[in-house]
Write a protein that binds this ligand. Structure first.
Ligand code: SAM
Length: 316
C-alpha cells in the first residue's frame, strides 16, 4: 500500500504495552503510562496485523514499553506467525527478561531481536536505565546468539558525556561475534529536546576513521553500515535528526492503546479503538488506509518539534 508520496508501507511497529521495567532518563517510561486495562488484547493485535497484512505489510516489530512484560507474548507471536503474508516478526527489548526465554521465543516464531544496551559498565548501565542489570542483558545476548538468532542487533542510544566514551568498546564487541551494534542519535521525544546530548553519526565517523562502509542488509534500512577491517560483526549509524531518511520510510506504528501513528516525528494520530470495539474489520482497514495515505512527507525533528509523547508511549 503506497502513501501519497509513493512510499510503499510494508512494516508495522506494534507496541504491546507502555509498561516498562526500566526508567531510562531520555525515554522516561513509567511517566503517565496507560493503565494495564487500557492495553489492547491479544485478539485486537491479531485483527490489526491481519488488516495490515491485507494491505501489503509483511514485517511486524513487537515493541513497547517493554514487550516482554506481556504475559501472552508467546501466544501473540504464534498468532502473528500464522497470519498469511507476514514474512518477518522481530522484537525490540531491553533484555532484562531475556535469560531463559530465547528458545521459547524462537519456537513461537520470532525471527530476530534488537536488544537495547546503552553501556557496558554495570554501574553506568544501572544509572542510565534507572536500575537495570547489565548482567541480565549480557546473559540474554549470549543465549540468543547460542539459539541461532541472527543477526542480533544491539541498540545504543549515544548520550554526550554519559556513554559516548564507550563507542570503541562497543565496536570491539563486533570483533569476534556476529553482532550488529547500532549507534542511535538521541531524538527529541521527551518534554524538551536535549540537543546538547546528541552525538551525530558524522562525528563518530571522524572519531573512528578506520570504519569501512559496507552495503546495507536490505534496501531502505534506516542505518548506514560500516565494519572494522577484519571484524565479524557490523556497526550501524542511525541518525534521523542529522541525516534524514524519511524518503525511504516504510513504517507506521500502532500503540498499545489502539492509536495509530504514521510518523514518529509528528504528533498526528488515528484511532483504531472504535473499529476494534465494533468488531468491524472493514472499518478497521479504512482507518488504516486513511492514516497511511496521510503519512507526513518528513518528520519535524529539526523544526522545533514539541513531542506530545515519549518513545515508551509511542513504541520505539
Ligand atoms: N523496552 C524496549 C527496549 O528498551 O528496547 C523497547 C522500547 S524502547 C522505547 C525502544 C528503543 O527506543 C530503545 O532502543 C531506546 O533506547 C530507544 N529510545 C527511547 N527514547 C529515545 C530517544 N529519545 N531517542 C532515541 N532513541 C530512543
Amino acid at each position: 500500500m503506497n502513501d501519497q508520496f509513493g512510499r510503499n508501507i510494508t512494516y508495522l511497529r506494534l507496541s504491546l504495552t507502555e509498561r516498562c521495567t526500566l526508567r531510562c532518563a531520555y525515554c522516561r517510561a513509567g511517566e503517565g503510562v496507560c493503565p494495564k486495562k487500557s492495553e489492547l488484547t491479544r485478539g485486537d493485535f491479531l485483527r490489526i496485523v491481519r488488516a495490515f497484512a491485507s494491505l501489503g505489510v509483511d514485517k511486524v516489530r513487537l515493541t513497547g514499553g517493554e514487550p516482554m512484560l506481556r504475559r501472552d507474548l508467546l501466544e501473540i507471536i504464534r498468532d502473528i506467525r500464522a497470519v498469511e503474508g507476514i514474512r518477518e516478526i522481530v522484537m525490540t527489548t531491553n533484555g532484562q527478561h531475556l535469560p531463559g526465554m530465547s528458545r521459547a521465543l524462537k519456537e513461537a516464531g520470532l525471527d530476530r531481536l534488537n536488544i537495547s544496551l546503552d553501556s557496558l559498565r554495570p554501574e553506568r548501565y544501572a544509572e542510565i536505565t534507572g536500575g537495570g542489570s547489565l548482567e541480565r542483558v549480557l546473559t540474554g545476548i549470549e543465549e540468543t546468539l547460542a539459539e541461532g538468532f541472527s543477526p542480533v542487533k544491539l541498540n545504543v542510544v549515544l548520550l554526550r558525556g554519559q556513554n559516548d566514551d564507550e563507542v570503541g568498546d562497543f565496536i570491539e564487541l563486533t570483533k569476534h561475534r556476529p553482532v550488529y551494534v547500532r549507534f542511535i542519535e538521541y531524538m527529541p521525544l521527551g518534554e524538551t529536546d536535549r540537543a546538547d546530548l546528541r552525538v551525530t553519526g558524522g562525528e563518530l565517523l571522524r572519531r573512528f576513521p578506520a570504519l569501512e562502509a559496507v552495503p546495507p542488509i536490505y534496501a531502505g534500512q534506516p542505518s548506514r553500515d560500516y565494519r572494522m577491517p577484519g571484524y565479524v560483526g557490523r556497526v550501524g549509524l542511525i541518525d534521523p535528526v542529522s541525516h534524514r531518511f524519511c524518503a525511504d520510510c516504510n513504517r507506521v506504528r500502532v500503540m498499545s492503546d489502539g492509536m495509530l501513528r504514521p510518523c514518529l516525528g509528528s504528533n498526528e494520530e488515528f484511532s483504531l479503538k472504535l473499529a476494534l470495539k465494533s468488531g468491524d474489520d472493514e472499518a478497521l482497514t479504512q482507518v488504516i488506509l486513511r492514516a497511511i495515505r496521510l503519512k507526513p512527507e518528513t518528520h519535524c525533528f529539526s523544526e522545533g518539534f514539541a513531542a506530545e509523547k515519549n518513545m515508551s508511549h509511542i513504541g520505539g
